[in-house]
Design a protein around this ligand. Structure first.
Ligand SMILES: C[S@@+](CC[C@H](N)C(=O)[O-])C[C@H]1O[C@@H](n2cnc3c(N)ncnc32)[C@H](O)[C@@H]1O
Length: 492
């Protein structure tokens, strides 16, 4: 991993190329999501203008590509705070969409990375070439002011004035930590100020990456040795020490040295591994992964089943499922073990039960969710989500739970999981399902399967980025009754 200091040192010698590539990527990220301009009044991008910029040829060597990734993820993560700084310096009027991307990059490089004043020549130049000559004047005025304020130690800082109301405090905390205020407000109510700050810090940290070792092909020790020989620093996960290696240095080398492409391991968060541990699939069973794409959990389940039995990987998205069968083969799964099927779970469940087909021993339901547990890896997600998304996700999750339940055999197991930390998508969905379906009861995580304080009092698995140092996730084991007996007292 490149440190901010390495990046800063290296960018000192660089001219415009990586920056143009960074602007191209920032534009793409903004256009992919709904355009979220925190600088009020910014017009939406004009397609023709941004298409021209995207088409500019920019050739990058691998080092440049690394810098671009760092710049883009940094600007995306700190966008809220960068926009606030820009707004302090230009309180009136809108800012052209492309110019805004250039200003964000410039302020990020000056304020967050501490690069020297002269780098702004590149930003001014980009404003001239990619926007228009007058935009260069605006870029020059704003960025020069930032350099002067930096020199004089009076850069704008989000501060809470004495006697500020709660909403004002929340807004300033949101700016300081570069999150939307509605998320901060939610967490303040749930966790209080000290823990919310810890969560915000965790979301802004460089993410932890881990590898799930494919023990069908290699032992933990062999892979660890192989990685260490390539100067990848790693150690067994504190949560899943038999299956996961946590990378502390040189993740990129894992890609380069071939362990991934040879099917010896896959990049997977430990919290995702915990959900599969909770499912605990056994060799010889019939298992359904009902929302399987792109397939990380399905592949771990397959390895735990030693490729024996039958695993159905179902997902609504055909394109997201593409490649799963080939990866499973590469990871050592025998032919016929895995069926990959693109279908809506609701239709699949209706057809499967109507046809009287055999039900599944275990069903994993890893539902679509707000993703608010994975904000350190998905820096853009915090800006894409809206408050209403949580309720919308919950409504879909209820439907999917009802459908998945139909596919579990009597006595079988349903595991419900999310990569969210929001109770509306987690405990509340499980409670609502159990209240409506008397055939199922919640069951505690099997003892010894998971360690390290990830099992809640109710027996569910719940991880939090600021507590466990990994992605936030949730998993619940729901057992279907073996058979139903009705007892009536006969009265005379
Ligand atoms: C959180 S992702 C699953 C991630 C996956 N379990 C893994 O480990 O790689 C949720 C998935 O649900 C799928 N999905 C959404 N609605 C669905 C539906 N009605 N039926 C089946 N799959 C659905 C999405 O396409 C998405 O791939």
């Amino acid at each position: 991993m490149t440190s901010a200091a390495d990046l800063a040192a290296s960018l000192k010698q660089k001219s415009g190329k990586p920056r143009t590539a960074a602007i191209q990527q920032l534009i793409r990220i903004e256009e992919d999501g709904a355009y979220v301009g925190l600088v009020g009044g910014s017009p939406r991008p004009r397609k023709a203008e941004t298409e021209k910029i995207s088409a500019l040829p920019v050739e990058l060597d691998s080092r440049d590509a690394r810098f671009v990734t760092e710049l883009v993820s940094g600007v995306t993560r700190w966008k809220g705070r960068l926009d606030w700084v820009i707004r302090q310096l230009r309180p009136q009027g809108g800012i052209d969409f492309v110019l805004l991307q250039i200003l964000r990059l410039g302020v990020y490089e000056l304020v967050e990375l501490g690069l020297p004043d002269h780098v702004i020549n590149d930003h001014v130049d980009m404003a001239r070439k990619l926007v228009r000559p007058e935009a260069a004047k605006v870029a020059n005025a704003i960025l020069r002011r930032v350099t002067r304020m930096r020199r004089d130690g009076n850069l704008p800082k989000p501060e809470v004035p004495p006697g500020a109301k709660a909403a004002e405090k929340t807004a300033m905390l949101a700016v300081a930590a570069s999150h939307p205020a509605w998320m901060v407000e939610r967490w303040l109510q749930r966790y209080g100020e000290a823990d919310t700050i810890k969560l915000l810090v965790a979301n802004n940290r460089r993410p932890t990456y881990s590898l799930r070792v494919n023990k069908l092909r290699v032992s933990m020790g062999e892979l660890q040795q192989r990685l260490q020989d390539s100067e990848v620093e790693c150690e067994p996960s504190p949560f899943l020490p038999d299956d996961f290696l946590r990378i502390s240095k040189n993740l990129r080398e894992v890609l380069a040295q071939g362990s991934l492409s040879e099917g010896l391991c896959q990049v997977q968060d430990e919290s995702a591994g915990m959900v599969v541990a909770l499912l605990d699939p056994q060799p010889g069973e019939r298992v359904l992964d009902a929302c399987a794409a792109p397939g990380g959990k399905a592949l771990f389940a397959a390895a735990r089943m030693l490729g024996q039995g039958h695993l159905v990987a179902l997902d609504a998205s055909e394109s997201r499922l593409r490649g799963l069968a080939a990866t499973a083969k590469q990871q050592g799964m025998p032919p016929g073990f895995l069926t990959v099927q693109a279908a809506l779970l609701q239709s699949f469940a209706a057809e499967h039960t109507a046809a009287g087909r055999q039900l599944f021993d275990r069903v994993l339901l890893d539902v679509p969710c707000s993703g608010l547990g994975v904000l350190s890896k998905r820096a853009d997600l915090r800006w894409r989500r809206r408050p209403a998304d949580v309720a919308a996700a919950a409504a879909l999750q209820d439907k999917l739970l009802r459908s998945a339940a139909l596919l579990v055999r009597p006595g079988g197991l349903l595991v419900y999981s999310t990569c969210s930390i929001e109770p509306e998508e987690n405990e509340e969905r499980v409670a609502s399902f159990l209240a409506a379906d008397s055939d199922f009861t919640a069951e505690a995580a099997p003892s010894g399967v998971l360690s390290g304080g990830v099992v809640t009092e109710a027996g569910h698995v719940a991880t939090l980025p600021h507590v466990h140092g990994i992605d936030g996730a949730f998993g619940a084991r729901l057992r279907r009754a073996a058979s139903r007996t009705y007892e009536f007292r006969m009265s005379m």
